[in-house]
Design a protein around this ligand. Structure first.
Ligand SMILES: NC(=O)C1=CN([C@@H]2O[C@H](COP(=O)(O)OP(=O)(O)OC[C@H]3O[C@@H](n4cnc5c(N)ncnc54)[C@H](O)[C@@H]3O)[C@@H](O)[C@H]2O)C=CC1
Ligand SMILES: NCC(=O)COP(=O)(O)O
Length: 340
């Protein structure tokens, strides 16, 4: 069976301890696929100490090492050799930045060449990784680049709400300029395709949010609804996609969640979708990149420096991301098959 890869993320964030915590709780052993961590031995051993465990190497075969955490075996592919003396929680140095990038690169390579089933990512510090020469806003854009895909969609999925973002990490002042009929329409098509083929929804209903208050109030508070969002919805509907909007963003979530009026909400910018999502599903939502030829899921949270090293971080999102990745099959979007 091909392994499920977990990238360790920021060695000075909560990634290493989340991995060890899920291991000790038996959550890795209960998955239907073997797990391999792409990370760093010293950082994982340091994470073991948080739980009072001195993890020892038991086997070594090339870059693959087995660490024993009190009888719980963890397979690790070491892609960095960080020095324990320099690993200070909340303070990633240049080597840590390079290491985070190396884990993602290696996991992507193995997913692309078919030797791994999927990759599940622990959080990175976007500033540290960029400072180390990784010029991407995050995993999402990096993976799109490595997979040769022009546009992907960041979805955050909780049991009662799924949000899909048209724009991701950029200044709020740049959002309106980044929106176009094409990017909104492609977001609708990729989301529709993924919900059909990866989430088993034969006829998914997409609710599209407005950008401006009161959906622009007929042009009084902005015209992106009339110029961009409505034409994109019309084009999607002409393709057979069930999409409606633009909806006032302050109201739509109530109906989407409490009356199940939509299977996914298409949001124009990051916080428009992630605030309601995390309010409802901070503990168990999964970040999944739609439109890739490989499977990538992730925790929904960041590096949590305020609690790194304490062992207190919840593993619920990581467990949900692992379960989703283990049971998902890749469904590349070819750009033309949006008709139901
Ligand atoms: N997929 C990724 O790699 C992501 C990376 N980040 C990065 O993380 C860094 C910190 O971002 P923030 O906005 O501060 O968000 P954050 O999620 O790291 O922290 C926000 C608050 O949530 C808490 N928290 C986070 N995860 C938790 C968990 N598993 N259990 C309990 N409490 C938890 C933290 O303690 C903190 O109080 C940034 O560098 C950001 O770029 C943020 C989100 C996703
Ligand atoms: N807030 C979500 C987030 O930052 C996800 O970023 P990434 O998965 O692209 O690294």
């Amino acid at each position: 069976m091909r392994p499920l890869l977990i990238t360790m993320g920021d060695p000075t964030g909560i990634g290493p301890e989340l991995i060890v915590k899920t291991l000790l709780a038996g959550d890795l052993a209960s998955l239907p696929l073997p797990v391999r961590v792409i990370g760093d031995i010293a950082a994982l051993q340091q994470a073991g100490q948080i739980f009072g465990i001195v993890a020892k190497k038991t086997e070594e075969a090339g870059p693959i090492v087995c660490l024993d955490f009190n009888g719980h075996r963890l397979e690790v592919e070491a892609c960095s050799s960080l020095s324990a003396a320099n690993l200070n929680y909340g303070q990633p140095d240049h080597d840590c930045g390079r290491a985070m990038a190396a884990y993602i690169e290696q996991a992507a390579r193995q997913c692309l060449n078919g030797s791994a089933h999927a990759m599940v990512t622990c959080p990175i510090n976007k500033k540290a990784i960029n400072a180390a020469g990784f010029s991407f806003p995050g995993h999402t854009e990096f993976l799109a680049d490595r997979c040769g895909v022009k546009q992907v969609v960041m979805m955050l999925a909780g049991s009662s709400l799924k949000v899909c973002l048209v724009t991701t990490h950029l200044p709020l002042t740049a959002v309106a300029q980044q929106l176009s009929v094409e990017t909104i329409l492609t977001t609708l098509r990729i989301t529709h395709h993924a919900l059909q083929h990866q989430f088993a929804l034969p006829r998914p209903r997409l609710a599209v949010l407005a950008l401006n208050p009161h959906a622009g109030e007929e042009g009084l508070f902005g015209d992106e609804e009339q110029r961009l969002i409505t034409p994109a919805i019309k084009a999607a509907r002409a393709d057979g996609i069930v999409a409606d909007g633009p909806h006032s963003a302050d109201t739509l979530f109530h109906f989407a969640v409490h009356e199940k009026s939509a299977d996914a909400v298409i949001c124009m910018y990051h916080d428009q979708g992630l605030i309601p999502l995390k309010l409802l599903h901070f503990d168990d939502a999964v970040n999944v990149t739609l439109g890739l030829p490989i499977i990538r899921t992730s925790v929904d949270h960041g590096t949590a420096y305020d609690r790194a090293g304490s062992g207190s971080a919840s593993t619920a999102s990581l467990c949900a991301a692992l379960r989703m990745a283990a049971t998902m099959s890749p469904q590349p979007f070819n750009g033309t098959d949006s008709k139901p």
